[in-house]
Design a protein around this ligand. Structure first.
Ligand code: GDP
Length: 333
């Protein structure tokens, strides 16, 4: 399944449509004045029709996968979007009807009124579009943003790499999949969800790099964090939760532990991964290990995503579990 918005054709904003149509008018010629005015209105009709097709092709909100539904909720209010879709539909339908009606009228009328009728039609339709432009343009903005979500197939076996900001998620995803996320030494580099793939014995595995999450109440989280939570909650897969035990970790050890507990409560298969083992700060490292042991976790991985330490073992065990379809073998602890 593709991102349902991926193939959506997004029309230009209202002002742009009207402006470019006004620029086009002098360039449209015809065999007679009537013919010219009919051509002008027909061209306007085709441009208005783009709004109608856009709404018709907009994925049905009720049928969206929960991941994509939540992606909409992060951007906008769903009820408002539905109202705006309906307003866009109505405005385009009425405009198309008016343009058709005027074309017929011009056909039946004498040459000398053709230009006047064309201008009437042009004015009426433009003012209908302008009156609805707030809604039409907002649907366009929303669709543009949704289209940007990297194609995520909720039906593929998935590895979701999650954790606090700057722990090395993007570095790990780059090392184990085809994804090419940006890597930088500052938090919140990853603002969107990045997807990479691994092909194993013809099986396509999706590896998802999520934005960093801070340990704070849900209602205080920003849009970037909510995108990560959405992926963890609504995609079916194994979560690799990364800890940072280096001295420069963005979140304190307590906060990393709290965040881990929160992600664990989402009832996903969660595999703890301690990263930056090359720069581990002994006291932090011990606290994480003690915590994991106290939780009864029997399996975690210690890696340096950057230096490549421990990656072969992690990949081998992770992929073989997925290949065997035996995800439940991994402790849910
Ligand atoms: P993200 O924000 O969790 O995706 O983290 P990034 O992958 O962008 O990495 C954040 C910073 O940590 C970058 O400067 C990386 O080079 C560095 N980094 C990542 N993995 C390791 C590691 O294993 N060891 C060390 N020392 N640094 C690492």
């Amino acid at each position: 399944m593709l991102n349902p918005f991926e193939r959506l054709k997004i029309p230009p904003k209202v002002n742009e449509t009207i402006k470019s149509m006004l620029n086009r008018l002098p360039k449209i010629a015809g065999s007679s004045v009537k013919d010219r005015e009919i051509r002008r209105l027909n061209e306007y009709y085709e441009r208005v029709k783009k709004y109608y097709t856009f709404v018709e092709q907009f994925p049905r909100i009720e049928e969206l996968h929960p991941f994509y539904l939540e992606s909409i909720k992060i951007i906008t209010d769903v009820d408002k979007l539905k109202i705006c879709l309906s307003i866009t539909r109505k405005a385009s339908m009425i405009s198309m009807r008016i343009l058709k009606k005027y074309v017929n009228q011009i056909r039946k009328s004498p040459e000398e009124v053709a230009n006047k009728l064309m201008r009437q039609a042009f004015g009426r339709v433009s003012s209908i579009l302008r009156n609805s432009s707030e809604c039409i343009d907002s649907v366009i903005n929303i669709a543009t943003e949704l289209k940007k979500i990297r194609t995520i197939d909720p039906t593929l076996p998935t590895i979701i790499v999650a954790g606090p900001p700057n722990v090395g998620k993007s570095t790990l995803v780059t090392k184990i999949s085809t994804a090419k996320p940006e890597i930088a030494n500052y938090p919140f580099t990853t603002k969107e969800i990045h997807v990479g793939h691994v092909i194993l014995d013809l099986l396509r595995i999706q590896v998802i790099d999520t934005p960093g999450i801070l340990d704070r109440p849900e209602n205080e989280r920003n849009k970037i964090e909510r995108k990560a939570i959405n992926a963890i909650r609504n995609l079916n897969g194994i979560v690799l939760f990364m800890f940072d035990t280096s001295i420069s970790s963005v979140l304190s050890i307590e906060s990393q532990i709290e965040l881990f507990k929160e992600v664990k409560s989402m009832n996903k298969i969660i595999i703890p991964v301690i990263n930056k083992i090359d720069e581990r700060y002994e006291e932090y490292y011990k606290r994480i290990v003690n915590f994991l042991q106290s939780e009864g976790v029997t399996k975690w991985y210690e890696i340096s995503a950057e230096k490549g330490t421990g990656l072969d073992k992690l990949k081998e065990e992770l992929f073989s579990l997925i290949l065997r379809g035996n995800i439940n073998d991994i402790s849910r602890n």
